[in-house]
Ligand binder design. Structure first.
Ligand SMILES: [Zn+2]
Length: 344
């Protein structure tokens, strides 16, 4: 039986510094749309519903939607998402950050907090939250505090028409971290541990985590290896808009969820299939946020074959005729990603 191989490596990563245009929107009274079906004329709402969120948990405020109390989807950002998938498999239902940049997510606190003591409190809590996330071992997900003028995630002051709202966070967009966490005036009432818990939760949304205790249109979309409920999960709902919990640490399943969504280990494999006389190459679709990936092969003589773009369904087969060592690389738009080699 002919087979073999297997070597993977991640190619260099780069920090994608996202310049963000911050804007303040006029707060308007929420508009309740009772039509629960996907098919609204609003592409942002369609996108939200396509991710499985229930219509009754989506509230429209002028130029944005708030989902489940504290996840913000701006119409400006989501009306034209290149490659946004409206039909997705389970694995892909959680928009996450491209793995090539997930280890360098910069976080800053802007100057919109008029009280310097409040701003310092937010900075301290942000740094504590970053340390907490970074303490999760065997995970690619890493945040960095940044004091410069732009970062992947900006913590900013925001107003809210809901007097009980502490915070809203944006989910990942275009393969990057959700760009903002808005904090309202009432965070001044929170103590250090409560603000720490709040920011861990909201940073989780920016990284693609949803509420652990919510079900969705077609049932719960569980991160593999995690249960239906987890009483003390940091990602349980309500963190942004009601009683503020104190930081008590991640649960064991919070850690598992992070390690599953952002693993450090390789997740591609190539092997020779004796029955078909082809090489089957497999990867994990959820590790790429695009609908298509490009596959490029290095032939034994060192030249590249023509790269092909293919559906990001996690599998592709190649007919390889000549003996030798082949390198196969899977990547998305501009970032090198996974490389595997197979020797025939
Ligand atoms: Zn939340």
């Amino acid at each position: 039986m002919k087979l073999l191989f297997v070597a993977f490596q991640r190619i260099s990563t780069g920090l994608l510094c996202t310049c963000m245009l911050l804007f303040l929107s006029c707060q308007k009274e929420p508009t309740v749309d009772t039509n629960p079906s996907i098919g609204s004329s609003d592409p942002t709402l369609n996108y939200i519903l396509s991710l499985g969120f229930k219509r009754e948990n989506v509230v429209e405020y002028g130029d944005y939607y708030i989902v489940e109390g504290d996840m913000k989807f701006s119409k400006k950002d989501y009306n034209n998402i290149p490659g946004a998938r409206l039909q997705q498999r389970f694995d892909n239902l959680i928009p996450i950050i491209n793995h090539d940049i997930a280890n360098t997510i910069s976080v800053r606190v802007d100057y919109s907090f008029t009280d310097p003591d409040v701003r310092q409190k937010v900075i301290n809590a942000a740094q504590a939250s970053i340390s907490s996330w970074n303490s999760i071992s065997v995970s690619k997900l890493r945040f960095i505090y940044f004091s410069g003028s732009s970062a992947n995630i900006t913590l900013t002051h925001t107003s809210s028409s809901n007097p009980n709202t502490y915070a809203v966070a944006t989910p990942p967009i275009n393969c990057g971290a959700g760009p903002s966490i808005g904090l309202t005036d009432i965070i001044a009432d929170l103590d250090t541990n409560q603000l720490h818990q709040l920011l861990v939760h909201e940073m989780g949304h920016c990284a693609g985590f949803r509420h652990t205790d919510e079900s969705y249109l077609n049932g719960p979309y569980l991160v593999p290896l995690t249960p239906y409920s987890d009483a003390n999960s940091v990602m349980n709902s309500g963190a942004g808009d009601n009683s503020a919990r104190s930081w008590t640490g991640f649960t064991a399943y919070d850690v598992v969820a992070t390690q599953v969504l952002y693993p450090t280990n390789a997740f591609a494999i190539a092997e020779y299939n004796n029955a078909t006389d082809k090489v089957d190459f497999r990867w994990t679709p959820s590790k790429f946020c695009n609908t298509t990936v490009t596959i490029q092969m290095t032939l034994p003589n060192g030249s590249y074959s023509q790269a092909i773009s293919t559906n990001n369904d996690g599998t592709e087969s190649f007919q390889l005729d000549l003996p030798g060592t082949y390198k196969i690389r899977v990547f998305t738009t501009s970032v090198p990603a996974l490389e595997a080699t197979i020797t025939l």
